[in-house]
Design a protein. Structure first.
Length: 392
């Protein structure tokens, strides 16, 4: 690590990244208060299938489905910002001239910018209510005919960008509103700006070498007391499918030494879900590539895609009616001071020049009802709408 600079704010750090046309990510892990951020000074940030164990410190940002427009991205932490101290650290192998230029620009900014990186595409496609419900009906028919067991269908919705919108201010509002979730802000030149709060761990390996993943499914509006939650058979079975898929991944890796806790009801913002936690102590289990292997097997999980994976994925690509882009992909810090923590990109929004795009999905089974699934997506979009209210 290099020398630390004088005290700065997250807004200055983020704003300088935008001015310098650099990729930047800021995040906070669930149930913690430490806000971190990193900037890549690399000319190319696209990456192949991630190798978590061999990776340098950085931030992964990967799409639901790789296309010509959406690539797997790795924001290497050439510059690391700790909001608690306001200090910026330069890694030893960071490009020296680029780091010096950034530091000079950071110190010269008096008024932090509220700009952000825009999407490379000028237009986005949207899923209408009629289109979404029609896709749900087709999915129920396909499940009834035993083409698949479950499929997760999603939609997006565009709202006008608030006149005084600030990504950093929105990020800070999310920190306050959702202490139990993974909170993120990612802005990449040529890709765009995304932010959100995710309740779903995909792959996590902490400082104590504890591997963790979760089965999270089933959704209903939150009630005052968790013990008062009543789950329908459809939601219980939906969550059970996710559990069984994780267990099948362990089985394919011949891993038997794990602990399983759940399912239990958890609250995530204005919603409740059923959740089962799986843990492996890597100090006791000799499986050095477990993180990378499980990431490869899990994504896209049955909680965002369906079961079996291949027919569900093909159904989504054929019938969903729009491009998910980075929604329901995965993101998070790799080999950070707090470990590696990859989350599914849920409850998120894309920030464009003149609009905000919200995203949400619902798990479809043979017992699904198109109207109820539509309402579930409405409830999920409220997570981000609650943040936008701050700018009205």
């Amino acid at each position: 690590m290099g020398a630390e600079t004088q005290h700065h704010t997250l807004e200055q750090f983020f704003g300088t990244a935008i001015v310098q046309n650099k990729a930047v990510a800021a995040w906070r892990l669930p149930l913690t208060e430490q806000v971190q951020a990193c900037i890549s000074l690399q000319q190319n940030i696209t990456t192949n299938q991630p190798n978590l164990e061999q990776s340098p410190f950085g931030f992964l940002f990967c799409p639901f489905n790789i296309t010509e427009q959406e690539h797997q991205l790795f924001i290497k932490a050439d510059l690391y910002f700790d909001a608690a101290t306001g200090s910026m650290t330069t890694t030893a192998d960071a490009p020296a001239e680029a780091a010096q230029n950034f530091t000079a620009a950071l110190q010269s900014i008096n008024q932090p910018t509220s700009n952000w990186h825009s999407s490379a595409t000028n237009q986005a496609s949207y899923q209408t209510e009629l289109g979404f419900k029609g896709a749900v009906e087709k999915a129920i028919a396909a499940i009834t005919s035993e083409e698949m067991e479950k499929v997760v269908l999603s939609r997006n919705y565009s709202e006008k960008l608030p006149a005084n919108f600030s990504p950093v201010a929105a990020f800070e509002a999310m920190l306050q509103a959702y202490p139990n979730a993974f909170v993120s802000l990612v802005s990449v030149p040529g890709v765009g700006t995304w932010m959100g709060v995710s309740p779903e761990v995909l792959v996590s390996i902490n400082e104590e070498q504890i591997f963790k993943t979760v089965a999270l499914a089933g959704t209903q509006p939150a009630v005052e007391k968790v013990g008062d939650a009543i789950w329908r058979q459809k939601e219980i079975e939906e969550q059970g499918m996710v559990e069984r898929y994780i267990l099948s991944c362990f089985k394919s890796l011949r891993l038997r030494e794990y602990t399983e806790v759940g399912p239990r009801t958890v609250i995530a913002g204005n919603l409740m879900h059923l959740r089962t936690d799986f843990k492996v102590d890597l100090k006791e289990v000799d499986f050095p590539t477990l993180g990378t292997d499980m990431l490869r097997l899990l994504h896209p999980t049955s909680a965002v895609c369906g079961l079996p994976k291949e027919p569900a994925l093909q159904f989504i690509l054929s019938h969903e009616g729009y491009n998910r882009s980075y929604y329901s992909g995965y993101l998070g810090p790799v080999n950070s001071p707090a470990g590696t923590h990859i989350f599914v990109n849920l409850r998120c929004m894309q920030v464009r020049d003149q609009e905000i795009i919200l995203y949400a999905g619902a798990g479809i089974t043979g017992e699904s009802n198109p109207e109820k699934e539509w309402q579930e997506t409405q409830h999920k979009m409220q997570t981000m709408r609650r943040i936008l209210v701050n700018f009205e």
